[in-house]
Design a protein around this ligand. Structure first.
Ligand SMILES: Cc1ncc(COP(=O)(O)O)c(C=O)c1O
Length: 404
């Protein structure tokens, strides 16, 4: 193990709070992660010290926002000007649909998404296709839950694909999608690529230049940062060609009665008072992750997920969904016990997991599943927590069998 999770946990006071009088075993970081105290302190200090009502006049404010932008940009291999602060990942995707899609898509065009998308990377495209008369097409899944790139090729071969939008890591199956390859194929056919990196930026090194994607959306609250801030990365050349998403005086250099001259990106896409406190806290979360090292975070995730796959596979009546090589997420069902009941019963033992559709209802329909239970890991989790989970599941199965 490259990470000493026990030592690291000391940085996360919330993890020390018991659940149901038991030691908290938090296995739901794919939903939201905890903040280390250092990030919490940045937030608290900001609100305590700087009542920055006149933020636009405060040079310290704009400087720290720019520093935060640069920190977040360099974390993903981008420049500060390519980082747009949004309210979350969902809004980032909606910006691309609204500002890029409305201008660049017409009747007959195709938007390709995979079958495993989170609702946030599906519903904006549904609205857009209706509005402009374009259509949605899907990258199918292979039996193990990985992407069938032949189906992507078939869509690309029509010459109608303008956008391919895919998750980097599925929030249900853990599938790691082959982004660089998808981008290579999509670009060769003139399509733009959007990456929903909500589940990958927190867990694996992401380099937007190496992946060559045009847009990337992700969110702070899954990567040790606060809620209420997300990021849209856009290639500078692409952002420069886009109109604002939400218009206001703040996104314009000059406003006339009929026309306005828009600011350069990223200011063109940030019509509100800058989310300075959250941006600084996100930057602190990035520095924390960089301090641990993203290669170590990724290796820790791989170790835990392999261990979990091995341990859970031993349990009678438990079915795991998704490929072997994956992000730190495992969705499963237990024969004879509903997923919501599994989550509730584990919760009574201090083990926090999630059950339901995980904002991926079409994927569950595609797999003919009513719901799944999902465990997910982060840098503060350890193998012994997976042992406790596995023991608790074995007991649930035994009790359910006893009742038959
Ligand atoms: C794959 C994926 N995409 C998008 C989102 C939405 O992120 P946000 O909460 O920032 O809107 C999530 C959140 O669960 C997700 O897992």
């Amino acid at each position: 193990m490259l990470i000493d999770a026990a030592a690291l946990r000391q940085d996360f006071p919330a993890l020390r709070q018991p659940v149901a009088d038991r030691r908290r075993i938090y296995l739901d970081s794919a939903y939201t992660s905890y903040m280390p105290s250092i990030v919490q302190e940045v937030l608290d200090n900001y609100h305590r010290q700087s009542r920055r009502a006149f933020y636009r006049l405060d040079p310290a404010h704009s400087h720290s926002l720019q520093v935060a932008r640069g920190t977040v940009g360099s974390f993903i291999g981008a420049s500060a000007e390519e980082v747009v602060f949004m309210r979350n990942g969902t809004e980032a995707i909606n910006l691309v649909a609204g500002a890029w899609g409305r201008v660049n898509l017409r009747r007959g065009d195709l938007i390709v998404v995979s079958r495993l998308e989170h609702h946030s990377n599906l519903t904006p495209w549904q609205l857009l296709t209706r509005e402009v008369g374009a259509e949605l097409a899907f990258i199918e899944l292979l039996p193990d839950g990985s992407l069938d790139l032949c189906s992507l090729d078939r869509h690309l071969a029509t010459g109608r694909v303008k956008l391919v939008a895919t998750a980097h890591i599925s929030n249900v199956l853990g599938t790691l999608t082959p982004v660089a390859e998808i981008t290579r194929r999509a670009h060769a056919m003139g399509s733009v690529v959007l990456l929903d990196a909500a589940q990958s930026v927190p867990h694996v090194p992401v380099d937007v230049r190496a992946l060559d994607v045009d847009f990337v959306a992700f969110t702070a609250h899954k990567m040790l940062g606060p809620t209420g801030i997300g990021v849209l990365y856009g290639k500078r050349s692409v952002l420069e060609m886009m109109p604002p998403f939400l218009a206001s005086g703040s996104v314009a250099d000059q406003v006339g009665y009929r026309e306005s001259i828009w600011k350069k990106p990223p200011a063109r896409f940030e019509p509100w008072a800058p989310p300075s406190a959250d941006a600084e806290a996100l930057a602190a979360a990035v520095r924390y992750l960089q301090g641990v090292g993203m290669e170590a975070v990724a290796e820790h995730g791989r170790t835990l997920v392999r261990y979990a796959l091995h341990e859970l596979a031993q349990i009678d009546g438990l079915t795991i969904y998704g490929p072997r090589e994956r992000g730190p997420i495992v969705a499963f069902t237990l024969e004879g016990i509903s997923s919501s009941k599994v989550a509730a019963l584990l919760g009574r033992q201090g083990i926090v997991i999630r059950a339901g559709l995980h904002n991926a209802q079409p994927l569950h329909q595609y797999l003919s599943l009513a719901a799944t239970a999902r465990v997910s890991f982060y840098l503060y989790n350890a193998e012994h927590e997976i042992d406790t989970l596995a023991d608790a599941l074995v007991t649930l199965v035994a009790k359910a069998a006893g009742r038959k």
